[in-house]
Design a protein around this ligand. Structure first.
Ligand SMILES: NC(=O)c1ccc[n+]([C@@H]2O[C@H](COP(=O)([O-])OP(=O)(O)OC[C@H]3O[C@@H](n4cnc5c(N)ncnc54)[C@H](OP(=O)(O)O)[C@@H]3O)[C@@H](O)[C@H]2O)c1
Length: 278
């Protein structure tokens, strides 16, 4: 039997690339997307695709049930990927805005993972691969909601890894850094929905942020295509003992190193600068 992988957020970007890449490598890929038209497109491209909306518990449980039914109750791996970034200063984030960010980026991932773990425990092996971020361990200004959601992913994953020791199920974090996807245009939509620019003390900075989000092509140096993430996902799937963390781009390697060696005050200077030239 082919090794199977369930992936969320396959309509574009990293999920799309990883779904096609793993299918080409011989995996049975369950490529999920929240919109029916994206499911139809993925199917037309030859992928086995189902609907899964991370903001809807019923949709999550129905998708898992369907995947397990189709695959004899088994699942080799889950790639938690679907999500978005809400830019904006922390003091401008309403409780609703933060809640929405956590519903999609965190609570849904926990819910989905908890639904596949019983099958993995029963079969005695499995891989949970989390698409985190450099912003999962390095905080930058105006990314508070997204930072908090990805830090949450990291904390939860570290705990889960400890709790799954000896079960044959491995948890790996992939920490991309800048990847060219629809992430910025989707962040723009979230920003417009939740941040009131005109009322904010940060109005001027927001105009610069909007400039960055509207920019065509890579906004920052060292941006890589989604295939760079695919390579790390393959390692997390195929290494006998996968690493807990897989850095993808140069900025992730750099900030990973600096976080280990620099005092917080010096790291803050660099992160403030890196986060302010948007
Ligand atoms: N691009 C980067 O630089 C970067 C860096 C580090 C980490 N990441 C992480 O990579 C992951 C994928 O993002 P991407 O860069 O590939 O951006 P993207 O092109 O915007 O893709 C995001 C995917 O998540 C899906 N999604 C959003 N909300 C969803 C929901 N409620 N239910 C199901 N799917 C949902 C989107 O579906 P719709 O089309 O329906 O919105 C889309 O398929 C995210 O977790 C992101 O945080 C990205």
């Amino acid at each position: 039997m082919k090794k199977s992988v369930l992936i969320t957020g396959c309509s574009s970007g990293i999920g799309y690339s990883v779904a096609h890449g793993l299918q080409a490598r011989g995996y049975r890929v369950f490529a999920t997307a929240r919109k029916a038209e994206d499911v139809a497109t993925l199917q037309a491209e030859g992928l086995e695709s189902l609907q899964l909306d991370l903001n809807d518990s019923t949709s999550i449980s129905q998708a898992v049930e369907e995947v397990l039914t189709r695959n004899n109750g088994q699942l080799y791996a889950l790639f938690n990927n679907g999500g978005y970034g809400l830019p904006g200063a922390v003091e401008d984030l309403s409780r609703d805005a933060l809640r929405a960010q956590f519903e999609t980026n965190f609570f849904s991932w926990v819910e989905l993972t908890n639904l596949v773990l019983p099958a993995m425990r029963k079969q005695g092996y499995g891989r949970i691969i989390q698409n985190s971020s450099v912003l999962g361990f390095a905080a930058m200004p105006f990314r508070g909601a997204y930072n908090a959601s990805k830090f949450a992913i990291e904390g939860w994953s570290d705990t889960l890894r400890l709790e799954l020791r000896g079960s044959g199920i491995f948890v790996s974090l992939v920490e991309p850094g800048p990847i060219s996807t629809k992430f910025r245009s989707n962040a723009m939509k979230a920003f417009e929905q939740y941040i009131d620019v005109e009322k904010s003390i940060h109005r001027e900075r927001y105009l610069a942020i909007l400039n960055r989000l509207n920019k065509q092509g890579p906004a920052v140096p060292f941006t890589l295509p989604p295939g760079a993430v695919l390579k790390k996902v393959i390692r997390a799937l195929e290494a006998k003992t996968p690493q807990a963390r897989h850095y993808v781009t140069i900025p992730t390697h750099l900030f990973g190193l600096l976080k280990r060696i620099l005092p917080t005050s010096m790291l803050d200077d660099l992160l403030a600068k890196a986060g302010s030239d948007h």
